[in-house]
Design a protein around this ligand. Structure first.
Ligand SMILES: [Ca+2]
Length: 284
């Protein structure tokens, strides 16, 4: 949204009021969501594309295509050119507006396959001429594993992370969950992000089905960012992607801003990597 359209739209860029989407409309609400068209991580990853995002029966469906996928949807490279195949390709959306401290909650059935990462994350990112980029981020990622080596992947575990670069880096915690998450039922994934106030210590609390599973007090971000929901295929940390298609189903997303004084609202310069909507690849 360009500032030329109106001051009101520009003011909406940083949202300090509650956000909720139950996905009861026929299509994704473009006032609330952007559909991602981009690739990150290493070359084995086929990125996230709009063909893998759809709205159905009050939910958003995120498809991931694994090593056995032979269908027509192509992955993309870092420069957003088409790949020859559609393997290890996911789908993701992000809120149009940016949020800072608050309660972030997603009701979802995570994709029940190894090799795909079902993820919910805040993201503020800024490339700089010199030195490391600025990256403020909080994630919940499933499946997890009990320890650092890339083995023993399990839906009883998740990875809970906070990123704060270039200042200090990353806290990455392996977290045991109250039960298996690939049981075909909806579960609630939540984190409470405190940027700090006279009564709230700077920290992130992670909850699954209202059970506190982890509190992280190191490398806690303070810069507002978009909230992302999606699936993607990382090179290693969720196992081998030996499946055709796996789906994450998201029933509801809710954000309740805390408005803590530790919040920092600064714009992100690069705003490319979006599709016109679910199923619609950008014209090139
Ligand atoms: Ca719903």
């Amino acid at each position: 949204v360009s500032c030329a359209i109106g001051l009101l739209l520009c003011l909406q860029e940083f949202q300090k009021t509650p956000f909720v989407d139950e996905f009861n409309e026929a299509s994704l609400d473009a006032a609330k969501w952007l559909v991602a068209f981009r690739q990150w991580s290493d070359e084995d990853c086929g990125g996230v594309v709009p063909e893998n995002v759809s709205v159905r029966d009050g939910t958003v469906i995120f498809e991931a295509h694994g090593n056995r996928y032979t269908g027509p949807v192509r992955g993309i490279r870092r420069d957003r050119s088409d790949r020859a195949d559609g393997r290890r390709v996911g789908g993701a959306v992000a809120t149009r507006n940016r949020f800072a401290s608050g309660r972030y909650e997603v009701r979802a059935k995570v994709a029940p396959a190894f090799g795909v990462c079902s993820a919910f994350w805040t993201f503020h990112y800024e490339e700089r001429d010199k030195g490391e980029p600025i990256n403020h981020e909080i994630d919940i990622e499933l499946p997890g594993r009990p320890a650092k080596p890339f083995q023993d992947f399990s839906f009883e575990w998740a990875l809970c992370n906070t990123f704060l670069t270039p200042e200090r880096k990353v806290t990455s915690d392996h977290v045991r969950l109250p039960g298996r998450q690939d049981d075909g039922r909806f579960h609630t994934y939540r984190f409470d992000w405190h940027t700090g106030s006279p009564t709230q210590k700077k920290r992130v609390e992670f909850y699954v089905d209202d059970t506190l599973v982890r509190t992280i007090e190191t490398n806690v971000p303070d810069r507002a960012g978009r909230f992302w929901v999606g699936v993607w295929c990382p090179p290693n940390f969720t196992g081998a992607a030996d499946f055709d298609t796996a789906r994450m189903v998201v029933d509801r997303v809710k954000i309740e801003p805390f408005g803590e004084p530790g919040d920092v609202f600064v714009p992100e310069p690069d705003d490319s990597g979006w599709a016109p909507g679910p199923g619609k690849r950008p014209a090139r």
